[in-house]
Ligand binder design. Structure first.
Ligand code: ADP
Ligand code: CA
Ligand code: CA
Ligand code: CA
Ligand code: CA
Length: 428
């Protein structure tokens, strides 16, 4: 019989988690906040239910208990940052497997996270957690350039590189506004206020990612990937290539920092998505961990495409109480293959006119899939606004080097054409 999981506010754009569910005889009852539109249908979704996840989280807890009585969930999960703490609490209340709500909070609050990493002896940026402009003096101990970010932000929203005092002040004000408008409302539901501003030293160096899985406190690194060398001032997502072009020894060092990060946060079960940079000494510096499959589910592909480990099914197996021996420990294949994802950069702004080269990309033997989000004729604004990705190209390669060559091919081949945006009409 199919196992049934309550899937809290999923993203429907990326199919990998849904496809894994279908393959593995898992069905989802999808729980959405009121007014949400279902952008894609998947056969593994049995039903959609509505709960006031953000507007009345306590009512949503009662609601999920009623739904559990009706649907008899085997498990409950989310990959949405804003639902992480609620879902951890719901799992606890329903008696289903999940993470400790305190660990979920530590993974949602970048201030607590930095503190825990530091206490655990991990190399992490110097930082100051401030309530806002009133506490700007607390940043005086550090040397520019800084990164300024909302303590409970996600999707790189509001993450800014600043070079001097003037930029620092402006950036703090931007984050204060984001906290008041967004993060203060969506992040926690227990009256605690985590809407701080985190200011930290900028680690210059290549970025890496590790996808992880923990079972009863035993943490395993599933892969390691290269994430480019984002230079700022804003930090939109770009590339992911797993495994990276690094010596095995360096990969193990990065993975071991990521495993230390999971332990420091108390994430004892389930997935983790850890981002790090290599500093000027080549040391891994841990930036953050999300208690989830990364990239709205893209990380499933980055793991499976390079290791043959069915990342989502590891999680489903744990959540639904499958016999441990059937899925643990996960064994990576040793075929040397690589997996990639590559996000088509805006490369301009205005009205999207056309994208050249898509057919050539789809015909390339390494092209696994192209997810198109671009809307021809839509007005896209430049960063730091985020009007959505244009496209994500997923690649499957015989080697890391072939993955790098594929990235060069994509850069050469895809061209985005813009028409200037019409001048904004003054409102009456
Ligand atoms: P989010 O949770 O919104 O993803 P992050 O803290 O991960 O925010 O920051 C987003 C990106 O900004 C990171 O992937 C990294 O490229 C860059 N970044 C954030 N903090 C630092 C830092 N201290 N040093 C260097 N780069 C950073
Ligand atoms: Ca994050
Ligand atoms: Ca991040
Ligand atoms: Ca990121
Ligand atoms: Ca294929």
């Amino acid at each position: 019989m199919a196992k049934r999981i309550a899937y809290i506010h999923p993203s429907f754009y990326v199919p990998y988690i849904f496809e894994s569910a279908e393959r593995n005889d898992v069905e989802f009852v999808v729980i959405l906040p009121p007014g949400e539109v279902v952008q894609n249908e998947y056969p593994c979704v049995t039903a959609y239910e509505t709960l006031p996840l953000y507007t009345d989280p306590e009512a949503a807890h009662h609601g999920i208990a009623e739904l559990h009585a009706r649907w008899q969930f085997d498990g409950i999960m989310t990959i949405k940052e804003s639902c992480m703490v609620w879902t951890a609490e719901a799992a606890g209340r329903l008696g289903l497997p999940g993470i400790d709500p305190e660990a979920a909070k530590a993974a949602r609050d970048k201030g607590t996270m930095r503190q825990r990493f530091k206490q655990a002896g991990l190399v992490t940026p110097k930082f100051a957690v401030i309530s806002g402009m009133a506490e700007i003096e607390l940043c005086r101990e550090m040397a520019f350039p800084f990164i300024v970010k909302p303590a409970s932000g996600y999707n790189s929203d509001g993450v800014q590189l600043v070079a001097n005092q003037d930029e620092l002040e402006k950036a703090i004000q931007v984050v204060e506004r984001l906290n008041a408008d967004i993060y203060h409302k969506v992040s926690w539901h227990d009256g605690q206020n985590f809407s701080n501003v985190v200011v930290e030293e900028f680690i210059e160096g290549g970025e890496y990612v590790v996808e992880l899985f923990a079972l009863d406190g035993n943490v395993v690194a599933l892969n390691c990937g290269y994430k480019g060398h984002p230079a700022g001032p804003y930090f939109e997502e770009t590339v992911y290539l797993s495994p990276p072009a690094l010596p095995q020894e360096k990969i193990r060092e990065i993975q071991s920092a990521a495993i230390g990060g999971m332990r420091a946060l108390g994430l004892q079960n389930g997935p983790g998505h850890c981002e790090l940079r290599l500093n000027h000494l080549g040391q891994p510096v841990i930036l953050e961990i999300g208690a989830r499959i990364g990239g709205s589910g893209c990380a499933h592909f980055n793991v499976e495409g390079s290791t043959d480990i069915d990342f989502s099914n590891l999680w489903f197996s744990y959540l639904t109480g499958a016999p441990k021996s059937s899925y643990w420990p996960p064994i990576a294949s040793n075929t040397g293959k690589a997996a990639s994802s590559w996000i088509l950069p805006l490369g301009g702004n205005g009205l999207l006119h056309s994208i050249d080269g898509l057919d050539q990309v789809r015909q390339h033997p390494d092209c696994e899939r192209v997810l198109m989000f671009a809307q021809i004729g839509k007005h896209y604004r430049p960063y730091p606004n985020f009007d959505g990705f244009l496209a994500i190209v997923f690649g499957q390669h015989a080697s890391t080097q072939a993955g790098e060559e594929f990235f060069d091919f994509l850069e050469r081949t895809l061209k985005v054409n813009w028409d200037p945006a019409p001048a904004v009409q003054p409102t009456e």
